[in-house]
Design a binder for this molecule. Structure first.
Ligand code: GDD
Length: 342
């Protein structure tokens, strides 16, 4: 009987980790997931898989070499997916050292421990569209990187030093996905899309009166996370390690996202006022959206829109969910969830 392939996923408890684990288990892999101890329920997104014998969860941390060593020695992976990171761009301005420790040094620790266990291991590193920073869209693999946050700086340094660097110096198989924003009902609630769908669902049900946002005019290329993890896997099945942009090629503003979610929930919305005084108002002149300086970033990536031609042609990957479908999926999931609490 053919032996099952073994995958090791850091960040298994996050949005992407949970979708990727499901995808790989369906493909017949044995999956080892590395998770950090947190005070919140770490199994929130993976509880349906928690009893699956193909999934083994181990405690560990990209800041702790011995934990990586132990888990990797047990897993002996054919493929490693590094999805663990300090992933909140806004928070990276407040915690730059921690960001560098995890998103930069952590990547090197993981790679060096993984190749000790299996020299031929194939490694996926989660790079990010944030690395393009102020470079104007559309952005692709040949665009200039111009990061503006500690998060993006650390990711870019890891990309240069450990993805490209180790690939060229030592011939390791390390691929990297330059993923544009990807969302789902499993998205963390501090990211803007989920913050909007949770808040509006609660407003619709009378559980909340209003919520605050930062820059309404930032533009992002938003796709569906479950669809994006398939590209990660495809990258590790190529003959050679390479870098790929994964994106829908269509961008929308935060304002568009709010409007689309309101449309989906049948909440009439008009914008009034300007900049920090701008508000979103509904029936009866009730303010449901306000602007708070707190949610602006010290430096902002204004517009991202990816050109995923290379992923389409070389991986056969394509975006499968439109912006409207994504907003609908997320608002409906939150509405259903909060209805249960009534
Ligand atoms: N989080 C947040 N909260 N963002 C807001 C808010 C708010 O209240 N109001 C406006 N925004 C704007 C941000 O300034 C940014 O321009 C945009 O909404 C998207 O913010 P996030 O959802 O926090 O995501 P991100 O684009 O900064 O980063 C995400 O995508 C990257 C690319 O895939 C993260 O998932 C990164 O880890 C990832 O690399």
């Amino acid at each position: 009987m053919k032996e099952k392939k073994r995958a090791f996923i850091t960040g298994i408890t996050g949005q992407d980790g949970s979708y990727l684990a499901e995808y790989l288990i369906k493909k017949g892999y044995d999956v080892w997931g590395l998770m950090r101890r947190t005070s919140l329920d770490p199994l929130m997104r993976i509880h349906t898989m928690a009893d699956d014998r193909s999934l083994k969860l181990r405690y560990g941390n990209l800041r702790d070499t011995s934990s990586l060593q132990r888990a990797l020695e047990e897993a002996k992976p054919d493929e490693v997916y590094n999805l663990a990171a300090l992933s909140d761009v806004g928070i990276s301005f407040k915690c730059p050292e921690e960001t560098m420790e995890v998103n930069y040094y952590g990547v090197s620790r993981l790679i060096l421990e993984a190749v000790k266990v299996n020299k031929k291991v194939r490694i996926y590193q989660a790079s990010t569209s944030e690395m393009f920073g102020t470079t104007k869209p559309p952005q692709n693999e040949r665009s200039i990187f111009a990061p503006v946050s500690p998060y993006a700086e650390a990711k870019l340094m890891a990309y240069r030093d450990f993805v490209k660097g180790y690939r060229e110096q030592y011939g390791y198989f390390i691929a990297s996905g330059i993923l544009f924003n990807h969302e789902s009902p499993r998205r963390g609630e501090h990211f803007v899309t989920r913050k909007i769908t949770v808040s509006l669902a609660k407003i619709k049900l009378g559980l909340q009166k209003s919520f605050s946002l930062g820059n309404l005019d930032a533009r992002r290329d938003w796709g569906y996370a479950s669809n994006y993890v398939t590209a990660m896997h495809a990258m590790l099945q190529q003959k050679k390690p390479d870098d790929f942009v994964v994106a829908t090629g269509i961008s929308h503003s935060v304002r568009d996202f709010v409007e689309e979610a309101c449309k989906e929930l049948d909440i009439p919305l008009t914008w009034k006022g300007k900049s920090l005084k701008e508000v979103g108002v509904t029936k009866g002149n009730k303010t449901i959206v306000t602007i708070d300086k707190e949610f602006y970033r010290p430096a902002e990536v204004r517009a991202l829109c990816g050109d995923a031609t290379k992923a389409r042609t070389e991986l056969g990957w394509k975006p499968k969910v439109t912006f409207e479908e994504l907003v609908r999926m997320m608002t409906r999931a939150d509405l259903e969830h909060y209805k249960k609490s009534l």
